[in-house]
Design a protein around this ligand. Structure first.
Ligand code: HEM
Ligand SMILES: N[C@@H](CC(=O)c1ccccc1NC=O)C(=O)O
Length: 267
C-alpha cells in the first residue's frame, strides 16, 4: 500500500526503486547545494540576498547551455530546434525579471545592515552574466579588467566567449544558407527580404523575432535591476566602484541585435 493512496503500486510502476541506488537528495546533490549559503553577518536578510543571487547564477548556467545549443542549431540550419530552445530561454528570462520582486521585499534599512560587508564584491563580477552578453553579441572586452579577482579558468571562459561566434553570427549563417547575402552592405536588404516574403522565409522571420525577444527581455531585466538599485541605495555609488544607478541606466539602452531594431524603421 502506497502512503499517498489506497491502491498498492503495481510492481512495474515502481520505477527507479529497483536497486535503491538513487535518492532525491543524492541525485540533486542537496547536501552540497544546501551547504553553500554562508552569510557574512548576523543580518536576517542576508540569507535572502545570497539565495537570490545563487538562484540567478543557476539560471544563468542553464541559459548559457540553451543558448549555446540554439547557436549550434542555427549553424546546422535546424531552425525549428533553435526556436524550441528560444521558447525556453524566454520563459526563464521572464522568471529572472519576476524574481526581483522577492528581493525587493527587503527594506533599504535592512540591506544597509550588511551592505558594507559586501564591498568590493558586486554583480559587476558575475562571470556568467558577462558570458551571456558576449555570447549574445555584446562583446566589450573592457570588462575583462573588472575580473582581476576571477580565477584563470573563469578568465579563460570569458576570453573564449569573446572569440567564439555569437548568436548573431549564427543567424547570419542561417540567412546565407538560404541564399541571402550577409555582408555589411547587404544585410539590411536581406532582413527586409525575409520580413517581406513570409511565404518563403517565415522560419527565418520567426527566429529573428525570437532573437529580438531575447534582446528585449535582457533590456527589461536591466531596467528592473536599476529600478531596484534606486530603491535600495538611491544615488549612492556601487560596491563595485561604479557610479551606481547612473552607470546602470546607461546600460539599459544597449541592444544585442541593433539591426533587428533598425529594421523597423525600413519596413
Ligand atoms: C539590493 C540589491 C542590489 C543592488 C543594490 C545592486 C546594485 C548594483 C550596482 C550599484 C551595480 C553597479 C556596479 C557597482 O558599482 O557595484 C550592480 C551591477 C550588477 N548587478 Fe546588482 N544589485 C542588486 C541585486 C542584484 C541581483 C539580484 C543580481 C542578479 C544576479 C545583480 C546583478 C548585477 C549585475 C550582473 C551587475 C553588472 C551589470 C552591468 O555591468 O551591466 N544585482 N548592481
Ligand atoms: N553592488 C551592490 C551590492 C550588491 O548588490 C552585490 C554585492 C555582492 C554580490 C552581488 C551583488 N549584487 C549585485 O550587484 C551595492 O552597491 O550595494
Amino acid at each position: 500500500m502506497g502512503i499517498d493512496g489506497d491502491a498498492p503500486v503495481p510492481p512495474h510502476r515502481r520505477f527507479g526503486e529497483e536497486g535503491g541506488r538513487l535518492s532525491y537528495g543524492g541525485y540533486l546533490r542537496l547536501p552540497e547545494l544546501l551547504a553553500q549559503q554562508r552569510p557574512q553577518s548576523e543580518a536576517p536578510d542576508e540569507l535572502l540576498f545570497i539565495t537570490i543571487h545563487q538562484v540567478y547564477e543557476l539560471w544563468f548556467k542553464l541559459l548559457l547551455h540553451e543558448l549555446e545549443n540554439a547557436r549550434e542549431a542555427m549553424f546546422a540550419g535546424e531552425l525549428w530546434r533553435a526556436r524550441h530552445l528560444f521558447r525556453r530561454v524566454h520563459a526563464v528570462e521572464k522568471v529572472l525579471i519576476e524574481q526581483v520582486d522577492v528581493l525587493e521585499t527587503m527594506t533599504p534599512q535592512d540591506f544597509l545592515t550588511f551592505r558594507e560587508k559586501l564591498a568590493p564584491a558586486s554583480g559587476f563580477q558575475s562571470v556568467q552574466f558577462r558570458e551571456l552578453e558576449f555570447l549574445s553579441g555584446l562583446k566589450d572586452e573592457r570588462y575583462l579588467g573588472s575580473f582581476r579577482h576571477a580565477s584563470d579558468t573563469e578568465l579563460a571562459r570569458l576570453r573564449r566567449r569573446l572569440e567564439e561566434p555569437s548568436l548573431w553570427d549564427a543567424y547570419l549563417t542561417a540567412l546565407s544558407q538560404r541564399g541571402l547575402p550577409v555582408s555589411d552592405d547587404e544585410i539590411m536588404g536581406s532582413l527586409l527580404a525575409v520580413a517581406r516574403d513570409r511565404g518563403s522565409y517565415d522560419d527565418l522571420w520567426q527566429l529573428a523575432e525570437d532573437l529580438l525577444t531575447h534582446d528585449a527581455t535582457a533590456a527589461q531585466w536591466r531596467t528592473r535591476h536599476v529600478q531596484m538599485v534606486e530603491r535600495q541605495i538611491g544615488t549612492k555609488s556601487g560596491t563595485g566602484g561604479s557610479t551606481g544607478a547612473p552607470y546602470l541606466r546607461g546600460r539599459t539602452r544597449l541592444h544585442y541585435f541593433p539591426l533587428l531594431w533598425e529594421l523597423r524603421a525600413w519596413l
